[in-house]
Structure formats: C-alpha cells, structure tokens
Design a protein around this ligand. Sequence first.
Ligand code: ADP
Ligand code: MG
Length: 738
Amino acid sequence: MPAEDDKLWLEQPVIALKGIGEKLQERFARRKLFTLNDLLFHLPVRYLDKTRILPIAGVRINDSALVRGELLSCKTHYARRPVMTCQISDGSAMLILRFFHFNQSQTQALARALEEGKWLSCFGEIKRGRQGLEMTHPEYRIIARDQLIQVQEHLTPVYPTTEGLSQTALRNAIAQVIQQLKQQQKNNSQREFITDFLPEPIRRELALPSLSQSLLYLHEPPPECSVFELTEGGDPWRQRLVLEELLAHQLSMKQIYQQQTQHKACALRIKSAQLFNRKLSQTEQNSHELTNSPGAKNSLSAPFLQQLPFTLTQSQQRVVQDIAEDMRQPHPMQRLVQGDVGSGKTVVAALSALFAIENCFQVALMAPTELLAGQHYDNFRQWFTELDINMAFLSGKSTARERREALEAIADGSAQMVIGTHALFQDEVNFNNLGLVIIDEQHRFGVHQRLSLLAKGKKQIQQTMYPHQLIMTATPIPRTLAMTAYADLDCSVIDELPPGRTPVDTVVIGQQRRDEVLARVHHACLNGRQAYWVCTLIEESEVLQCQAAEQSYELLREQLPDLAIGLVHGRMKAAEKQAVMTEFKEGRLVLLVATTVIEVGVDVPNASLMIIENAERLGLSQLHQLRGRVGRGSQASACVLLYGQPLSKNGKARLMTLRETSDGFEVARKDLELRGPGEILGTRQTGLAEMKIADVIRDQHLIPKVNDIALRMLRDYPEAVTPIINRWIGHSVEYQNV
Ligand code: ADP
Ligand code: MG
C-alpha cells in the first residue's frame, strides 16, 4: 500500500467508526476529538489493573484492585441518605464495601441482590477506613464460589474525558482505530502500523521505540507491564511521544519564523556611529550629520542619546546592536527583548523607533492596556518633541475628534510615532508607511494578533513589504522554556539593571498590623522619603479598584493628617493624573495612594518605600513589577506586602517568593511552577498549555534536544515537517497560513 494510506484513513471523522452517531460525535468534538487521528493520539492519563485478582491482604491503599470474596454481612442504615455496608472476605483479609443511594428502593434492590454467603468480584479503589480496608461503590459482579473470573489481557486505559463522554465510548472508539490499523498492517505486511514521519537517521539516534510501538504500548499495555511502570512517566514509550509532540510545536513555530523571514522588508540605513554610547563632540556630530545619506533625515538617534541623562548599560547596547543589525536586513526583524522590570526597555524601544523614523518610516507602538499606552505616550512625548517628531495616540477611549485627527495623521504619514492599544488593529487604521511595529508586554497578546498587525503593515507598504517588529516582555522566562515558547522569534535579553539601584528589602506582614506599617510610613515621610501606597482588588473592575483607592486615600488622610498625600488612579483624566504625578515627582506630595496603575512606567527615584495592600490578590509577576517602582534611587528601599486573611497556600507561596528573591528570572520560574505555562505565557501560547501529553515544565530537559532536531529537520528533511505538525497539532493551528 502507498506509504501514507494510513494517514488518509486517519483523517476520517470519528463518525466513520461503528457505534458513533451524531450525538456522540458532538461529544467527542467537545474534547477536541474530530478525526480518527485525534483518537489515536488521545492518550490515557492512567490505568486500571484488571489483569489479575489480588488477595485482599495484598492490595495497596489508594490503588485500584480487582478482588473476590464471600459476603459475610450486609447492613443498611439511614443517615441523611441510605447507606449500605457489606463485608467480604477471601480468607486472606476482610474488605468493607460501601454503597450510598438517594432513595430507599435502590438500596432495597441492592440488599436483595447481595445476600450473605454469595460470592462477589469487585473492582475499585482501596481506602483505609475506620474499620479497615474499604471500597466505595465498587464495580461488582456476583459470581459462583469457584467461578473462574475472566480477567483483562492488558491494563485498562483511563482517558481524559469530559461530561457526557464515557470511558466505555472512548475505549471502544480508540480500540476500533487500533484494530483497524493492525488489520491494515497485516494485510499489507508492513513493519509499522502507522507511518513514522520522523526521519530514519534521527529515529536511530534517539534510540527510542517507534511511534507505532509507543502508541500501542500506551493504549494497550502488554500483560507483563505494571501500572507503576506506566505512571512514573519516565518510560521510553511516553518519552518518544512527548519528544515528538514538543517537536511538532517547535516546528510549527519555527515554520512561522521561516515564512516571515522570506517576506521582504525595507533594509534601513543605520550608521554604526549612531549606536555609540557616548556623547559626541560637536565636530564629531557635525561630521556625522554630513555623512548622512541624502534623502534620509538627519540622525535622530545621536541627539537623542545626547539628551539622555545617562549612558546605556552594556546590555542595552548589545540589544540595540542586535536590533540595528536586524533592521538593516531586507526582511522583517522578528525580535523579542526580554528584560526584567526596570532594566530599561523603553529607551531601547525609543532608539529602535528613531532608526525607523530617521529612515522616513512610521512606527507603531502598541501596549496591552490603556494606561500603559498612555504612559508610553507621555514618556515618548518628553523625548521626541524636542526632536521635532510628530506623534499620535489612539485608544478605545479616544474621543471621536481625537480619533478622527489621529486616523488622518496616521493615514497621511504626518504622525511619525503612533502609540496606542488594541485600537491600532482596527480596520480604519491605515498607515502611510509603517516600518516598525513595537509591541510591549507581548505575553498578553496572541500570536494571531501579532501576525494580523504585521499583515496590516504589509498592506500599507506597496503590498509587498512587511514592517520590522520588536516585541518587549517584562516576564523573563528560563532559557529552555524560551526556546519553545518563543521559537518563532529571535531573542535578546537585557540582563543587567542600570547602575545605582539598591536592593529592595521586602517584608510580608498581616493586615492586622496595619497600624505599625502606618507608623513606619509616617516616620519615613517625615524624614524626607517618599512612599507609594498601592490598593488592589480581586475584580478586574477598574471602577471598583478606583473606589477602593479613593477610600484608602480618605482614610490615610485622616490617619496621617500632617503628610501631603496624593491620589492617582486609572479613571482620572490624563491631565489630572499627570499633575499629581508631577507633584509627587517634585516632592510636594510625599505619599502617593495609587491603584496598580503605577505598575508600569512610573519613575520617582526618591520614592523608597512601597506598601501593597492585599498583596495576596495579585500575581507574582504583577507584584514584582510593582516592587520595581522602588529601589531606583541611592537610598535603601523597602516593600511591605500587607496581606489579608485567609491566605491561601498558593498566595503564601507567592509572597514568600518575593520576600526571598528580587531576580525577575527566578520570580518567573516560581510563577510558572505555581500557575503553569498557560497563565504565564498567556493567550499567545495556548498551544503550549494544551499539549496532549507533553508538559513544558516537566519535560523541560528534552527541549534543547528537541530544538536541535527541529533545526536539523527544517534544514535536511523539510518534507517531513508539515506531516508531523499536522499529526500533533492539526486542527488547532489556524494561524499557519496567516
Ligand atoms: P522597563 O524595562 O521596566 O520598561 P524602563 O524602560 O521604564 O524599564 O526604565 C526604568 C528606569 O530606568 C527609567 O527611569 C529609565 O529612564 C531608567 N534607565 C533606563 N536605562 C538606564 C540607564 N542605562 N542608566 C540609568 N537609568 C536608566
Ligand atoms: Mg516598560
């Protein structure tokens, strides 16, 4: 038979199987099981051992076991509902069976069936009860005393399922698929019952079982195999599949990367002199301007660097160099910059923007929230107005007039630097010549959104050119994980903080000691320090959060009447907010009550104390971001995490982590451990969070190897790439063709 017949056959919908009608098909679909292939790759989460009958004395607590025994007694008593308790014995030990029912007649029927002296075979989970070993609601059958019990040939798989989809339905369907494949294999005297797309040389190197062997082993473990062997996770069969699934994900993302590299983009002229991290002398600057290419604007990045009150850190310089090198290429940059909070990503973004603007291109900077976008706008305006750069702002909250003006300026090209939120995605937004897209905090954006923004850029530049793209994230993740999560991007890391930062001393204190904290704030503020008081709320509701901040503000003014206290929250007008911030920056306010608005962008070096109320409500990385607002000056800083009761185990773990470390990578690692990759990497990486059997955290150690194989496959075996992706990811990758 042609090599890929099994592949075609496997693409049939589940309804092609016996016993599956439309209703069941719909239930399978809820579990994302559409095709026979999906069924084949739907692997058991655990197994039941019905392959042998255990003596009751030989069972293990918490394991499921098949036992047999004689009914010694059956009693019914009535608590809130009827409970029937039976005792059985096989001579080796006694076991209690418990049945709970909602009504009397069920119990009575059971009591009639279970008479003392009868023999039963039972299967269920063994628990230790007050009176000894117990099983609750076992599967049972009444048998003859000496009856030979038919045991299963192999372990019984338990599949991940969903409401309304029974194990029996799943087992039947999957068994049919395997049966058919075996039959086909036999008819065609093939070695494997399903085509292995992993190239032969790579398979040989891995020295793991084949795909067919692995699937068969896990769906229908052989009789000699033990539950223990299969649940420890380290078995070679599962390893083989985990590796292939991780590989499929890597390949799908690297394929996106490759497709992008084949697009065209404008190669920018960026003079190396512009990257110099020192003040140019006047003559140097003049000569530099003379060497600028005709047509291109004068260098903007050089004067920008000059006007900065600091020099770039080594890390920042390295990253800027990576970016400049990318943007000089005739295909789009796809770079991710990871950097801890406070590492200075904004300046890097600004420089990149200037490279594009001095080459006469527009730049779009997109932030995930209104507030972040607003803060970037304020920041950039301070830097860019001096350089005579026109800016535009667009968000969901822009008024009709602001919006119309922004759209016009974007379309006719007069807005050189455009900052906004998701609103930049909208259809009415037409750039004149977009050359660079900067996305801040990308973990909150999906890969789809990112690609659609790029497509937008493409539309504008003669239909053939794509903009360069720069993505910045403040959630640094461990290297191996980044290899998988960001396999579609080139990564740069800003791995040092600007000089002069002092470590923040973090303390965790219960809400009941608020008075002590208040005294501490009072003392600090009277001694020339400034402090933030951050209010949090569980709900994502901005309104409620602002109300909470207003209440705290009133309360603090009563309690600390001799301090100048300010309030800033998201619902204040931009100008009001700005005014308060300025007063705080200039030291006229000493205590600033704020919502998590200040999570980003706020920079007041003299502020050296931060109190976060109900810190347990916030996620690790958000707390870490907030804390990054202090420790920017030369004096010792402190962050007080006030928590309310009850404090969950997880909440406690978060607060303890912050107390113990200030390293963003370490915080991210812990966050991953506590919340899992889905939450941390956000919508962008739902694929990673929804893997069938691999677990990017548990299986991290495989990632470097997978990465290596992926690169080799793209280079040496490109024809095998798509089949592997389709097999594992198939229907869930709608973005492949974007
Ligand atoms: P983040 O990476 O969190 O976005 P920012 O870009 O907001 O960090 O930078 C944090 C602060 O550090 C800002 O006040 C910025 O002006 C300052 N900063 C950035 N780079 C340097 C540097 N090389 N030297 C000193 N201060 C710097
Ligand atoms: Mg930032």
